[in-house]
Design a protein around this ligand. Structure first.
Ligand code: GLN
Length: 196
């Protein structure tokens, strides 16, 4: 984070592991606040969309009247970091979505929901993330999506050994298939704060 006034970062708190994100952001010195209402969007400099269940988050964001205001703020350039279900919410295109599932969009990528079957449903691994330097990131994947297609506007930050893309960035939008917030990893959040 650059010097200057302390930045206020919202965490979308409709559903999912928003408390873990609030804790990481607070630990990094940001003012972190839960966001549940459209008017709260006017008061933040950045937003984290947590992991959880994208189908539920989508339904709740519509029920709470947040979908359109969120899309407007993203179109205006609000920095947003999505983890797992949050990455799905930020993606322009989703495979294996429910028929009526919508995303907020913003990232020029195609993700596939629940892309790791059966035994690999949930796992942890060490991941090289060049933009974060050494050591590798301890990444927890929980019924995670993968990024199947990266459009020209987005760039790859990390991939598994087999080449499957699991972290992307497009300007001030950041998305990871995994959950750094539950393994004590703070560098992705620090990187995100640097985008504010
Ligand atoms: N499988 C979930 C979904 O489709 C994401 C899981 C997670 O966020 N850990 O939204």
């Amino acid at each position: 984070m650059t010097a200057g006034p302390r930045r206020r970062v919202g965490v979308l708190a409709l559903q999912g592991d928003f408390r873990e994100h609030l804790a990481v952001l607070t630990g990094l010195g940001a003012e972190a606040v839960p966001v549940r209402r459209a008017r709260e969007l006017a008061e933040i400099d950045g937003l984290v969309v947590p992991g959880g269940e994208s189908t539920v988050m989508d339904k709740l964001s519509r029920a709470f009247g947040l979908r359109e205001p969120l899309r407007d703020r993203i179109a205006d350039g609000l920095p947003v970091y999505g983890t797992c279900a949050g990455l799905i919410m930020l993606s322009d295109r989703v495979l294996d979505a429910l028929p009526d599932q919508r995303t907020l969009g913003g990232l020029d990528v195609t993700v596939r929901r629940n892309a790791f079957g059966n035994q690999l449903d949930s796992f942890e691994t060490e991941l090289d993330v060049p933009v974060l330097g050494a050591p590798p990131v301890r990444a927890a994947f929980i019924r995670a999506p993968i990024v199947e297609e990266v459009g020209p506007a987005a760039s790859v930050l990390a991939a598994l050994d087999d080449g499957r893309v699991v972290a992307v960035q497009q300007g001030a939008l950041l998305g990871t298939s995994f959950h750094p917030e539950i393994t004590g990893e703070t560098r992705f959040h620090r990187h995100f704060l640097g985008l504010l």
